[in-house]
Design a protein. Sequence first.
Length: 303
Amino acid sequence: MKKLLLFAILPLAAAAPASAKLKVVTSLQDFASIADAIGGNRVETFAIAKGYQDSHFVDPKPSFVLKLNRADLLIAAGLELELGYLPPLIDQSRNEKIHPGNRGYLDASIGCEVLQRPTGIVTRAMGDVHPFGNPHYWTDPDNGRVIARSIAAKLSNIDPSGRADYQRNLAAFEAKLAAKDKEWLAKMAPYTGTKVVTFHNSWPNFAKHFKLDVRGHIEPKPGIPPTPSHTLEIINLIKTEKIPLILVEPYFDKKTPNYIASKTGATVLTFYPSVGGRPDIPDYFSRFDYDIDSFIKAMKERR
Ligand SMILES: [Zn+2]
């Protein structure tokens, strides 16, 4: 874990110009996108991890501490997704209200369907960055709806005078999500049961919702880089099961996926787990649009 270096004493929050907008800091751009949709012009959002970065591993910067110092609300994925950087940033923020358990903190996983929850004793020594279940749950639109409701409730709690606005924006978000999900499910229906290998274990919720069959991962364990022996196992798996696609999150080196593709004929496809993964994925809806369209294009090109 990188140590935070704070060269200057934080300016006093009181010295900042007064702003009527609620300051919402999120770990992920996905949560910022949903908070923007629900908060409208009553909030301003800032995401710590950009969508093109691995949300498990972000370099903490002093500027993040400053953002957190002034935040009214912090929204995090929880399940230890942000373990490597968020707790020290919160500690250094000198902002009591955004500590976990306090009024200005929202664990977005609450109420969501979280898959792969472990049974039995969990220790980090297991060498896994998913110790409490899969933390990439926002890739299922049904969880997106839950997150939007949680954000609306939290914003209404912090800012009761905006309650009607938040409820109206939530209704609009849910209506759009329902319509888009119908469209996405229809597009993906012909590919029900398609087998895929993914680099990181980012996709169980997406795969469940859109009925894909994730057969394996290039990482031997979440957060552990590829090894020659595991790569060989994946090559054999892809050959045996005739798996057409290898989905790779944008922040991983394509060397091993490309090598596996060269041995198997599978197609390597960059798949974006987060908003902001590329400039034409500016919000929660366009991420599904982009991934689904590129998935279908890749499958059609294999025919
Ligand atoms: Zn992960």
